[in-house]
Write a protein that binds this ligand. Structure first.
Ligand code: GLU
Length: 492
């Protein structure tokens, strides 16, 4: 049997990282088993679904490389098929027409609750009255079983009706969940849920089952907020004589404080992580580990994940988002990523105007050429801003504080000597520069420790930078000499 998984987001907002993780698990399972991964947009909530959200979801998935094997299915386009199944369920006796709509049921329940409140504060009533009121209330508060379950009971002439599922009277619905284990609920605790509303539109519960069946879905992997829906969905499969899929309900992602992830924890959408400068392969690795494990392995690239992924590795306890760990994983992937790709991602960032102004074509070239070193000094693409600041157009550098104090007349004279020697240097390589500067140090009888800090101050203006010889090499001859001359000649 070919494995078919699906990701079925409701397009009401961005691609949540919880959703992205679900999609990743579904995608990996399909890839691991040589199966198919499908997409379904659950856009039946007309008021809350938007095209912008659909686009954001596709965008997030494609950024993460979670490609579907077939064009996405739009749930809203399948209402006719959903209706057909509802009527087939009626024909089979697994569902029935009922004139009590959801609104009416809710109104009745609200009235029952109000009656009870009234009774509590109102004048005394007879024990009999009280008992009958209580019985009526209890009846209405219980899972709804309509009087029209009885096929012999005729519908009121011309009255609108809904189609309800006939929940079994007795027994249990049992979900053999691959993550949660065996979970059961008594049928008497479940409503006769509505499948078709009185305007003929299908409900979400019906649409999910029909679509999963028609798409040939064999494994439903989704958040455990849907576990309770499964109890309502299984009887629909049974009513149609369809084989239900395997279920795996994955615990939600929690924030660092152990509470369910919410806005107050910060970034929720995948696009926010992209903007924060994380690489898709790193976020993917991180999300995989957030809920799935393979021994103690932390770094698991996509190929390895495909080879290893199975439902048995899914954890039952909710995982907590840990940004320090995400940064560590991202650093790992940054260090291995192609330098030009990182440079392109870096230059595509939105820069503050003053930063942008310092990124001349020459500065961009310097940064691109230095990427092999820069990427080891930044955990994210955004952190490359600080790491590369010394390579941007800083001139004229205004020295402040301790750096300014270093620059006395003697220091200026030393800088002029450095300039003279470096100007004459035929080969601008790290080794040649190092030899030249240590030659100068021995000539002057000063230790390197005297010149290094001065050069660092003058060349970087105090920006974070690597070893001074590397700074000289990466800045290149022209920019180095220009920065040195600025200060040697007294531009302050
Ligand atoms: N549309 C549902 C959601 O976005 C998912 C339904 C399902 O996976 O069965 O939460």
């Amino acid at each position: 049997m070919q494995v078919v998984t699906r990701f079925a987001p409701s397009p009401t907002g961005f691609l949540h990282i919880g959703g992205a993780r679900t999609a990743l698990f579904c995608w990996l399972y399909a890839r691991a088993k040589g199966g198919k991964f499908l997409l379904r947009i659950e856009d039946t909530d007309r008021e809350r679904s938007t095209q912008a959200a659909v686009d954001a979801i596709f965008d997030g998935l494609s950024w993460l490389g979670l490609d579907a094997d077939e064009p996405p299915l739009l749930q809203s386009e399948r209402a006719e098929r959903h209706r057909e199944v509802a009527l087939e369920l009626v024909r089979r006796g697994a569902a029935y027409r009922c004139p009590v709509s959801q609104d009416e049921l809710e109104a009745r329940r609200a009235a029952a609750a109000a009656l009870r409140r009234e009774r509590e504060i109102a004048a005394p009533m007879s024990a009999e009255q009280a008992a009958s009121l209580e019985a009526a209330r209890d009846h209405l508060m219980k899972p709804f079983r309509s009087a029209w379950r009885d096929p012999a009971r005729p519908l009121p002439e011309g009255a609108p009706y809904v189609v309800r599922l006939r929940m079994p009277d007795e027994g249990e619905i049992v979900v053999e969940d691959r993550v949660q284990g065996r979970v059961r609920i008594a049928c008497s605790d479940l409503d006769d849920l509505i499948l078709l509303r009185s305007d003929g539109t299908p409900t979400y519960m019906l649409a999910v089952v029909v679509d999963d069946h028609d798409m040939g879905v064999t494994h439903v992997i989704r958040g455990d907020d849907h576990l309770t829906n499964t109890f309502r969905q299984l009887p629909i499969y049974l009513g149609m004589g369809w084989t239900p899929p395997v279920h795996a309900h994955v615990p939600m992602i929690h924030g660092p404080d152990g509470k369910k992830l919410s806005k107050r924890h910060g970034a929720l959408g995948v696009e926010a992580y992209r903007e924060l400068g994380y690489l898709p392969e790193a976020l993917k690795n991180y999300l995989l580990r957030l809920g799935w494990s393979h021994g103690d392995d932390e770094i698991i690239d996509t190929d390895q994940a495909i080879a290893w992924f199975d439902l048995d590795g899914l954890g039952k306890a909710p995982a907590r988002l840990d940004i320090a760990k995400l940064n560590a994983v991202n650093s790992h992937y940054m260090a291995r990523a192609d330098n030009d790709r990182l440079a392109d991602l870096f230059f595509a960032l939105p820069f503050e105007p003053e930063v942008e102004a310092r990124l001349s074509p020459a500065a961009r070239d310097r940064i691109r050429a230095a990427m092999g070193m820069l990427k080891t000094r930044a955990a994210t693409i955004v952190q490359l801003k600080d790491a590369s600041a010394f390579l941007s157009d800083l001139r004229p550098i205004r020295l402040t504080g301790k750096s300014a104090d270093l620059l006395n007349d003697e220091a200026r004279e030393r800088l002029r000597q450095v300039v003279r020697r470096l100007e004459a240097l035929p080969d601008w390589s790290e080794g040649a520069i190092r030899d030249e500067i240590s030659g100068l140090c021995s000539e002057l009888g000063v230790p390197m420790g005297k010149i290094g800090p001065l050069l660092r101050a003058v060349l970087t203006g105090g920006a974070a930078a690597p070893d001074i010889m590397l700074v000289l090499t990466l800045l290149g001859r022209n920019e180095c000499l220009a920065r040195l001359k600025d200060q040697a000649e007294g531009a302050r």
